[in-house]
Ligand binder design. Structure first.
Ligand code: NOJ
Length: 521
């Protein structure tokens, strides 16, 4: 039996509008991405996950899909997509798209028909009578404010922005529609999907008030019926015989809940976000890794590790918080030591890349790019910022267009200086091209690590005794990975590391403070 390609794959997440712009409109596009495929191939990633690039009015930057079987003209339309897919495959890489099944855009033809009074179309969404002048229940939108908006006499449910009406998954037409959507893209050649909020879709049938406090709403997510959808999609994907994958974005209270989505007939993969919400602490990291490996592996699935994505603060800034004053663990605010954060981020990702399972890297993470924490309010576009009146700054700071070069109108992102989010002047210091080929740079660390990962067949993780609470070490196959969380160096009985997160020339027999190093076992 051959092993599925995705079980140990390293996938690079492309937030398209911020990756590379080919036509000078300040917005990234598919030909821009295509022009950078050599870079991604040389970095050594196995594939790309492309954030939604379907036609969209961009209330939530593509997560409000107006047409599921087309590509937005601003990104180059279907012809550019086909060119990209062919070039990705020609390089032996895979391409995953993003499926958004919980909601569409209010511009979608079905919702427009629903607003115009078509009853069949209305039944594909969740319209209800209000309670007097109040919404039908007390549910809150994930982006802040009520989860209901009035349309005529009724209200419609939107778990996110009002521009993202939730589908009624109890209507079989919705399920049939999404199976057609999956077939459309699988027939075109894509290798899988990341599934947006894969734990939502179904809502409690009676839509009662939620009395469980703010945050997670157990009546609007993680309902038992959702598992049947994933079983159907797994069957559909497997019917192609091409080893296609489906990666769930699933935020549920416990790892045990998450593991249910990974039963052998459900999703092949789901992000393990546990590590992403941990501060820089050896005990917490070890507990998180152990929990992931034990509880996920029990289903026969592998863990899909991730430290960053387009919804959270960049790792260098998140782990650089030395005094946390506000914000959730994914977007902590407070006093940030960026230099320390970069050291920690590099050490964290090198540790992650040594773990059994697959890894998702977020664009710019390989350059140790920090979050843009001080975007001007009038530049911010995230509905989270807009709907909370600025109380939550939101996600724009990790979405600022990438710096490729140290200078130029937008640091090599576009021929225009007018990018859709403004880049700060210091962005050029992290330019990807200025790191390529430079020993000790973050980009070169990633390239070396990915090459070693490929050359070394994996194996189970075996923890090693280190005699220090702030030092983690484990053996895996032919490698030993040592991470020193604290500032003091740690003496090790190994020679020169194969790769180290420390930018300086590696020293023999010792791992510096706040550093990960890999050794030949
Ligand atoms: C999760 C996506 O990652 C996020 O960017 C989006 O805003 C929500 N789902 C709604 O689709």
């Amino acid at each position: 039996m051959t092993t599925s390609w995705w079980r140990e794959a390293v996938i690079y997440q492309v937030y398209l509008r911020s990756f590379a712009d080919s036509d000078g409109d300040g917005l990234g596009d598919l030909d821009g991405l295509r022009s950078r495929l050599d870079y991604l191939q040389a970095l050594g990633v196995d594939g790309i996950w492309l954030n939604p690039c379907y036609p969209s009015p961009d209330r939530d930057h593509g997560y409000d899909v107006a047409d599921y079987v087309d590509i937005d003209a601003r990104y180059g339309g279907l012809p550019a997509f086909d060119r990209l897919l062919a070039d990705v495959h020609a390089r032996g890489m895979k391409l995953l798209m993003d499926l958004v099944p919980n909601h569409c855009s209010s511009d979608h033809a079905w919702f427009q028909a629903a607003l115009a009074g078509d009853q069949d179309a209305r039944d594909r969404f969740i319209f209800r009578k209000g309670r007097g002048d109040d919404p039908p229940n007390n549910w809150q939108s994930v982006f802040g404010g009520p989860a209901w908006t009035r349309a005529g006499d009724d209200w419609y449910l939107h778990s996110f922005d009002p521009g993202q009406p939730d589908f009624n998954w109890r209507n079989p037409e919705v399920g049939a529609y999404f199976e057609d959507v999956l077939r459309f893209w699988f027939d075109r050649g894509v290798d899988g999907f990341r599934i947006d909020v894969a734990h939502m879709l179904f809502k409690h049938v009676d839509l009662p008030d939620w009395t469980g406090g703010s945050g997670y709403n157990g009546l609007a997510q993680n309902r038992p019926e959702v598992h049947d959808v994933h079983r159907r999609w797994r069957k559909l994907a497997d019917s192609y015989g091409r080893d296609l994958t489906l990666v769930g974005e699933i935020w549920v209270p416990t790892v045990a809940d998450l593991a249910l989505y990974l039963r052998p007939d459900e999703l092949p993969q789901a992000f393990f976000f546990d590590l992403l919400v941990r501060p820089w602490d050896a005990t917490l990291f070890r507990a998180s890794i152990t929990r992931g490996l034990e509880e996920i592996a029990a289903t026969g699935a592998v863990v899909t590790w991730t430290l960053a994505n387009h919804d959270v603060h960049r790792t260098a800034s998140r782990l650089g918080v030395v005094e946390h004053t506000s914000g959730p663990p994914t977007r902590p605010r407070g006093v940030v030591d960026t230099a320390l954060g970069i050291r920690r981020a590099r050490a964290a990702v090198l540790l992650e890349l040594a773990l059994p399972g697959s890894v998702y890297l977020y664009q710019g993470e390989e350059a140790a790019l920090p979050e843009v924490l001080d975007l001007p309010d009038d530049a911010r576009q995230d509905p989270t910022f807009l709907r909370t009146g600025g109380a939550e700054v939101g996600r724009d700071g990790c979405r600022v267009p990438l710096p490729w070069t140290t200078d130029g109108p937008s640091f090599g992102f576009s021929s225009s200086a007018d990018t859709w989010l403004p880049q700060p002047p210091w962005f050029g210091d992290y330019a990807i091209e200025s790191q390529a080929g430079v020993a000790g740079s973050a980009v070169e660390m990633h390239r070396a690590a990915l090459a070693i990962r490929r050359a070394h067949p994996g194996g189970e993780l075996e923890w090693l005794e280190t005699g220090r609470e702030d030092v983690l070490a484990f053996r895996r196959g032919g490698l030993v990975c040592v991470t020193v969380f604290g500032p003091e160096p740690h003496t090790v009985p190994y020679g020169t590391p194969l790769v180290s997160s420390d930018a300086d020339e590696p020293a023999e027999g010792s791992v510096p403070g706040v550093t990960t190093a890999w050794f030949q076992a």
